[in-house]
Design a protein around this ligand. Structure first.
Ligand SMILES: Nc1ncnc2c1ncn2[C@@H]1O[C@H](COP(=O)(O)OP(=O)(O)OP(=O)(O)O)[C@@H](O)[C@H]1O
Ligand SMILES: [Mg+2]
Length: 495
């Protein structure tokens, strides 16, 4: 029987200090299959990947590869067995060329002291040829889109005779079009006999690409089987352990005052002649392709950029917004799309990250900060957003990706804002957390917060916003009420 499997991880336990990340899980992957690993943020997906690939040592359990049983892997052993991981950061050198990124590892691994240009060219050509990619080998990696970089990382993995390629949430940072390309590529790899372990929270992706699935919850197995036997309700229930019922946001404060008004706002290379007005308590979506100017618009409202022309009014008064400080002073908060680099100090405690924008309020005349207040407030938000933190004094970097995202959100919610702009607030966030975040946003809107949600996820926009603005090439192409609006119609406008 074992001949059927490329890898069988059995009864794996892993603790980090007092934190139980994996509590005796199994993960079996058959040769040449596309297998999806799913589960809420913090359930242990990245941990099992690190164990299979030899970066972490399990506390108990065994790993069987090709009929041989090991107590632990090492990175070398995993690679020798054809196991390759594509991490979320892709582990490429941005300032080197495509050729160098593809070939240098091989040269180093071969223990060569002198790097031959000719050999590098051969390795790089062989790498892209395996996938039939059309990429300029002389291009510097930092000039490429994330999707293209991902292709390069996969090509590099193939150089080592991969039998199993593990992708940790590969679709989080790429556009819909790039997801399509990636899925074609995954199918192509499968046709070459390579198995894929694919980590995703997204049900549509799991259905589209995977034959089998495994779902973890709190470091334990919940279900494994064929995706044919899975449907939306089961998937959600396996993931969260609860029934989730979403309902459309209804805006009831029709005669509320205008909070934000934008008149003829323009920014060179960003957007042109944008005008709109938002009322207190509205949740308004902005959608449109990458390059539509939607992020630049949000960043300008918050003060990252100063508009070239046009005016912004907050509660009827003209606002001068030329810096982030101005944005915050005007009661505007902004959750950026790139949560890790822009939103958090990873090596600082959870409590400090959540409270940092409020420190001035909690300092006495001498500048000493009231720690009790900070802890109290951090506890409040950790609870409100169900952030899976064992201790608010742990560094944010120890939290799973989705929980880090919730911390950025908590930081803004802790300020008394008038307007909150969320750019892709649930990218990389699991179903349960997504639900929690939107329930909270709707609750805050009902209490009078005006919210702008920038998102590609049209069902998400339709469910949670009362209006939606569509941007195209820097222009506001349409503003629509979401009431009775069909997804197809919105998709036509947004593409
Ligand atoms: N190096 C570490 N030190 C301490 N705790 C850790 C470490 N790595 C993971 N954990 C904890 O182990 C648990 C599992 O984390 P893991 O990163 O495997 O989750 P995940 O399923 O990949 O989540 P996500 O979907 O958010 O990426 C979490 O509670 C996390 O906080
Ligand atoms: Mg993870």
């Amino acid at each position: 029987m074992s001949g059927e499997y490329i890898i069988k991880a059995d009864n794996i336990r892993k603790y980090f200090g007092g934190v139980k990340a994996l509590d005796g899980v199994n993960l079996d992957i058959r040769k040449g299959e596309i297998h999806c690993l799913a589960g809420e943020n913090g359930c242990g997906k990245s941990t099992i990947i690190n164990i299979i690939s030899g970066f972490y040592t399990p506390d108990t359990g065994t790993i069987e590869i090709d009929g041989k049983t090991y107590d632990r892997m090492t990175p070398q052993l995993a690679i020798a067995n054809g196991i390759q991981v594509i991490y979320q950061d892709l582990s490429l050198f941005p300032n080197l060329t495509v050729r160098e990124n593809l070939a240098l590892n091989m040269e180093v691994a071969a223990g060569r002291k002198i790097v031959s240009k000719k050999r590098m060219q051969q390795i790089a050509e062989a790498a892209v040829a395996k996938l039939g990619l059309d990429i300029d080998l002389d291009e510097t990696v930092e000039n490429l889109t994330f999707g293209t970089r991902q292709m390069i990382a996969i090509s590099r993995a193939l150089l080592n005779d991969a039998k199993l390629i593990i992708m940790d949430e590969p679709t989080t940072a790429i556009t819909k079009r790039e997801v399509k390309t990636l899925f074609k590529l995954i199918k192509q790899l499968q046709s070459q006999g390579i198995a894929i372990l694919f980590v995703s929270h997204k049900l549509d992706e799991v259905f589209e690409i995977a034959e089998r699935f495994t779902i973890f919850r709190n470091g334990k197995n919940v279900a494994t089987g064929s995706t044919k036997e899975l449907d939306q309700d089961k998937f959600t229930y396996y993931m969260t352990g609860r029934e989730i019922v979403t309902h459309r946001f209804e805006y009831t404060q029709k005669d509320a005052p205008t909070v934000l008004e934008v008149r003829n706002l323009s920014l060179a290379n960003g957007f042109k002649d944008i005008s709109f007005a938002l009322k207190k308590g509205e949740i308004v979506g902005i959608t449109g392709l990458l390059g539509s100017g939607r992020t630049e618009l949000a960043e300008t409202l918050f003060g990252y950029h100063t508009a070239d022309s046009g005016e912004i009014f907050i509660e009827g008064k003209k606002a001068e917004i030329h810096s982030i400080k101005d944005g915050i002073r005007n009661g505007i908060g902004y959750l950026p799309s790139d949560r890790v680099t822009e939103g958090l100090f990873l090596s600082q405690p959870i409590s400090d990250n959540i409270s940092i924008e409020r420190w001035n309020d909690y300092a006495n005349a001498l500048g000493a900060i009231d720690r009790n207040k900070i802890d109290e407030m951090s506890h409040h938000w950790v609870k409100e957003l169900s952030i899976a933190a064992h201790d608010i004094n742990n560094n944010v970097g120890t939290l799973s990706g989705g929980n880090q995202q919730k911390c950025v959100l908590a930081k803004w919610l802790a300020l008394d804002l008038k307007i909150l702009i969320l750019n892709g607030p649930t990218v990389g966030v699991d179903i349960g957390a997504k639900f929690d975040i939107y329930e909270l946003v709707k609750k805050l809107a009902q209490q009078g917060l005006t919210v702008i949600i920038i998102s590609d996820d049209l069902p998400e926009v339709l469910t949670n916003c009362n209006r939606v603005m569509v941007m195209q090439s820097g222009r506001l192409a349409a503003t629509l009420s979401t009431q009775g609006l069909e997804e197809n119609r919105l998709a036509e406008l947004a593409n």
